[in-house]
Design a protein around this ligand. Structure first.
Ligand code: ADP
Length: 493
């Protein structure tokens, strides 16, 4: 079974959030299941030299975009049995930053056609192209409208994973012809039309063979107007081909036993290292040093999705309980400035780190006690999964993947791995944080909670098995035999 992942980001080359983590780790686990997996992504200017220097140039060809003819180079790098292809065009990708440029629609239109053309150019025909979010959602549309009619491309299946329906790629209608080289009938027949514009995500959802999203709860939520963000009707229409598969995390990268970024390694059987990491974190961030003071942390994009408005309403009351707060994130300037203000006001108790820093993130996961994720909506969320792995107890809102992965601690049965609340308001959030702090002061209960958290299995093994089953189902749909794997999915699970 040959699977090609197409995505706009992939750790460790470039990462802006959870999408990068998933695309960087899931292929490795699919490869362990016996699938032959490749990943294709743009050759961004931000990809560190350490990786660039190891890439091999393969070939170049020309990509037509209406009246333009664009250069496209292909580079290759192989790691953990996964082939990574990089699409090179300096005009589109040699800039700092990954997304958020004014011409993202044109950049990813180029990428879409380049990926499909690359297959024939390299004589590499995958059975499945697995696309991720709006950046690559036009691949199924372009494939169905054009490429499927060529012998080489016949019967390739397409899967689209929705990591966050908030971001849809909505652009001017004339981009269909001008950048994508596709006919305007795709607007007129409703595939792409979104008010007066075209919507990349909508096109992908309507034309791909299977849709997945990153948790079961989110797969139901997006059929409602609030979560669907204008595409809830499309999600209801596509219900029969939609599956929710909860993300995992890379257990090799996020492993307190081997993590190279933290002061002292530890695991669920010997947790002494966690206290050392806490003191090291306090020292590094200029917080008052003390083992007994609970540290609440957030590692997050600083946007309204992450529940920061309700955090703002109650966090000072919490800090006044003698708690320390550590924030690592970038995003909306209002939130960035708010946390800088708290850092100034509560010197020694609050540390605001307005930057993107993978190493510091891991030291925070290891060195803090409570991880806050009160999201307004959360397709899956990786922060809480990483926190659990490091024995840091999540306090989350019951939405999307947070609901699927965090269960309220039950003192009587000693089951559960964190604290949750449902109603989106600061009163409920404050109550959940206060409950967690009450448990924190009970050493025996807290130890049990930490053990429960670290015992949770949020590795990719289960999810990888579910993806393999989905691919198998897709490939046998047309009455074909399916494609053999070295291990059956259930053996892998
Ligand atoms: P989202 O994808 O919505 O941003 P997730 O929780 O799914 O949220 O994934 C966020 C990922 O990005 C996690 O691995 C988290 O640790 C990481 N992350 C977020 N902000 C930062 C930051 N400022 N520095 C380092 N890592 C970050």
């Amino acid at each position: 079974m040959k699977v090609l992942f197409a995505a706009g980001e992939c750790y460790p080359f470039v990462k802006t959030g959870g999408l990068g983590d998933v695309v960087g780790s899931l292929p490795k686990y699919l490869a362990e299941c016996g699938a032959e997996v490749s990943v294709v992504l743009p050759l961004y200017g931000d990809i560190p030299y350490i990786y660039r220097s190891k890439m091999n140039y393969i070939k170049n060809f020309t990509v037509p975009m209406s009246w333009r003819k664009q250069y496209c180079g292909v580079f290759k790098y192989t790691k953990d049995n996964v082939n990574f292809y990089f699409i090179d065009n300096e005009y589109y990708f040699k800039r700092s930053g990954v997304f958020g440029h004014g011409d993202d629609g044109e950049r990813f239109s180029f990428f879409t056609r380049a990926v499909l053309m690359m297959l024939k150019e390299l004589d590499y025909r995958p059975d499945i192209i697995h696309c991720h979010d709006w950046h690559t959602a036009m691949i199924p549309v372009m494939y169905k409208a054009e490429f499927q009619y060529y012998e080489f491309y016949r019967d390739i299946k397409t899967v689209l994973t929705v990591h966050n329906l908030k971001f849809q790629g909505v652009f001017r209608r004339d981009m269909l012809g001008n950048c994508l080289n596709l006919d305007d009938y795709l607007y007129r027949d409703g595939t792409m039309s979104y008010y007066d514009c075209i919507n990349f995500m909508q096109g992908g959802l309507k034309t791909c063979d299977e849709i997945t999203t990153v948790s079961k709860t989110y797969s139901h939520e997006i059929e409602e107007p609030f979560f669907g963000d204008g595409l809830d009707g499309v999600m209801r229409e596509c219900r029969d081909k939609l599956t929710g598969i909860v993300n995992g995390i890379d257990y090799e990268i996020f492993n307190p036993k081997t993590d190279i970024y933290i002061e002292k390694n530890y695991d669920e059987d010997s947790m002494a290292g966690k206290a050392v990491d806490k003191l090291a974190l306090q020292k590094e961030l200029g917080l008052d040093e003390g083992k007994g003071v609970p540290i609440i942390s957030m590692v997050t994009r600083l946007t309204s999705q992450k529940g920061l408005d309700i955090v703002k309403e109650c966090i000072e009351d919490i800090i006044c309980r003698g708690v320390q707060l550590v924030v690592l994130g970038t995003g909306d300037s209002d939130y960035e400035n708010y946390f800088r203000y708290l850092d100034d006001k509560y010197t020694g108790s609050v540390s605001a780190n307005i930057k993107f820093d993978n190493g510091l993130a891991q030291r925070i996961y290891a060195g803090s006690d409570i991880f806050l994720m009160p999201s307004l909506f959360e397709p899956c969320g990786l922060g809480q999964l990483i926190a659990l792995r490091y024995g840091t107890i999540p306090v989350v809102r019951e939405t999307g993947g947070l609901k699927d992965t965090v269960q309220f601690y039950n003192e009587a049965t000693e089951e559960g791995n964190g604290f949750t609340f449902y109603d989106y308001n600061s009163y409920e959030l404050k109550r959940a944080i206060n409950t967690s702090l009450d448990y924190y002061s009970d050493k025996r209960q807290w130890k049990k909670l930490m053990k429960n958290a670290m015992k949770c299995d949020n590795s990719w093994h289960k999810a990888a098995g579910e993806y393999i089953s989905l691919y198998q189902k897709l490939l046998t749909k047309n009455g074909e035999e399916g494609i053999a794997l070295e291990a059956a999915p259930d053996e892998v699970v």
